[in-house]
Design a binder for this molecule. Structure first.
Ligand code: ZN
Length: 475
């Protein structure tokens, strides 16, 4: 395998060299579970699901960790405001952990609809408070963090490498920070590792610095290294997380002596009709709303039709084009399968070049649109060959190709859904009964032939005898 990945850290495509040969440890920043999953939640999991499937296809053992943030993510995404979960709990009159539970399952149910496999481990921030306190204490001990009246901050001025991931220089970082009123930070760029819980703050834990709760960034440093080791392979998230979230993660880990992630992968945003999604302007769609209009697998296929580092736009025309594209691939699959007996040995040779091109596309920084283009080329070949009377071995080879590359690797099953499968079964059964009826007529056993026709009629199948043979329809 010659996988290359674009690494945000080096701003280059680099060959993938895992820490442990044959193994891949991947950490993807997961959702803050305080509201219904929306379209913006779908892209990263689908992209990383394909990365994971591709690595496994190529023989890697993958450990895939996605965290769930159920504490510490404040409303303004920095060190201010209410906790997002606590705020929602007040609105919904629920315990914060009921909010977390409700939206945890809403998220994973939506991911299951998108055929995203469950992570190997789903650590929750609230389940790792002690480890977050330990890292905070260690950073104080190493002289890169300080305590002020129950708050603990990372001291950015004490860590020269701050800014290496996002490529921002310190002055720019300063400009990016709002002037905080009543802040007890030494430097506005400093960020919270631990926050003092004010009166009335529900989610609070005892700590060496008094009752409080962890900062948002430290959970990911703690949970990624806990389950993947101090140095691991791939860390991913949306582009909007590069700064400050991932920059802070790197600083916390490296300042504590951990080499941390080798490759940083960031996916671009999703637009709706060419415009950035914005909940505040109601230019926004939840996955539930989207799935009411589109098959989730069409949504998945649509996401994969753009490269993860480009913007993916969702419009009605775009989704319809994706639905039509997926239908074309599935038709080729159905054509190859139609009437093919079970157990035919597949001939892989005619598809070797397609496999190679598909692999080259995914190895090139997970170029899924290119990989899908290869499958369209293959489908065209298959349709032509089937029309020209392709051998059963060729057709079995075509089925194997689409099952493997479209189904297993891209996670979009090429077989029609269960309803279509059931209809195909009905087709086959009625054809069988009609053949039986024809045999009865051929031996002039009209009583049996009529009996079969009447029995079908009772089941709602009407037979029409024509000079070209019998036709039937479901009433
Ligand atoms: Zn994170």
């Amino acid at each position: 395998m010659s996988l290359t990945l674009y690494n945000t850290l080096t701003r280059e495509k680099e060959p993938f060299r895992p820490v442990v040969p044959g193994h891949a440890g991947i950490y993807m920043c997961g959702p803050t579970v305080y509201s219904d999953p929306h379209l913006g939640h779908a892209r990263g999991p689908v992209v990383f699901d394909v990365l994971r499937r591709w690595l496994e296809h190529e023989g890697y053992r993958v450990r895939f960790v996605t965290n769930v943030t159920d504490v510490g993510h404040l409303v303004d995404d920095a060190d201010d405001g209410e906790d997002k979960l606590a705020k929602r709990a007040q609105i919904e009159k629920l315990e914060p952990m009921e909010v977390a539970e409700k939206y945890f399952w809403a998220y994973f149910d939506a991911m299951a609809s998108l055929n995203v496999r469950r992570p190997s481990i789903v650590p929750r921030a609230s389940g790792h408070i002690i480890e977050q306190q330990q890292l905070t204490a260690e950073l104080i001990e190493r002289g890169v963090a300080y305590e002020r009246d129950g708050n603990v901050y990372f001291d950015v001025s004490a860590w020269e490498a701050y800014g290496k991931l996002s490529g921002r220089d310190p002055d720019e970082l300063l400009e990016g920070t709002r002037v905080e009123v009543r802040s007890d930070k030494d430097d506005p760029r400093d960020f919270a590792l631990w926050k003092r819980a004010e009166a009335g703050h529900i989610m609070r834990w005892p700590s060496p610095w008094g009752e409080g709760f962890p900062g948002w960034h430290i959970e990911c440093t703690v949970m990624s290294t806990k389950y993947l080791g101090d140095e691991f392979d791939i860390h991913g998230g949306g582009l909007d997380l590069v700064f400050p979230h991932h920059e802070c993660e790197v600083a916390q880990a490296e300042a504590a002596g951990k080499p941390f992630a080798r490759y940083w992968m960031h996916w671009n945003m999703i637009t709706l009709g060419g415009e950035k999604m914005a909940k505040s302007k109601d230019h926004f769609v939840t996955l539930e709303e989207l799935f009411a209009d589109y098959d989730p697998l069409v949504v998945r296929f649509h996401l994969l039709r753009s490269h993860y580092r480009s913007v993916s736009d969702f419009s009605e025309e775009g989704l319809q084009a994706s639905a039509a594209g997926l239908k074309r691939l599935r038709e080729a699959y159905r054509n190859a399968r139609h009437g093919l007996p079970e157990g035919v040995e597949a001939d892989a040779q005619p598809f070797a070049a397609f496999r190679e091109r598909f692999a080259a596309a995914l190895d090139d920084d997970l170029n899924t649109p290119q990989a899908i283009a290869v499958l369209f080329d293959a489908a065209r070949d298959v349709n032509r060959a089937v029309e020209e009377g392709a051998s059963p071995a060729y057709r079995a080879g075509a089925i194997a190709l689409l099952d493997e590359l479209l189904g297993e690797v891209l996670g979009v099953p090429p077989a029609e859904d269960a309803v279509h499968d059931a209809l195909a079964t009905v087709d086959g059964l009625v054809d069988m009964v009609l053949a039986e009826r024809q045999r009865a007529r051929d031996r002039r056993d009209f009583a049996s032939a009529d009996q079969l026709r009447d029995r079908l009629a009772e089941l709602g199948v009407t037979i029409e005898d024509t000079p070209q043979g019998s036709r039937w329809r479901l009433d």
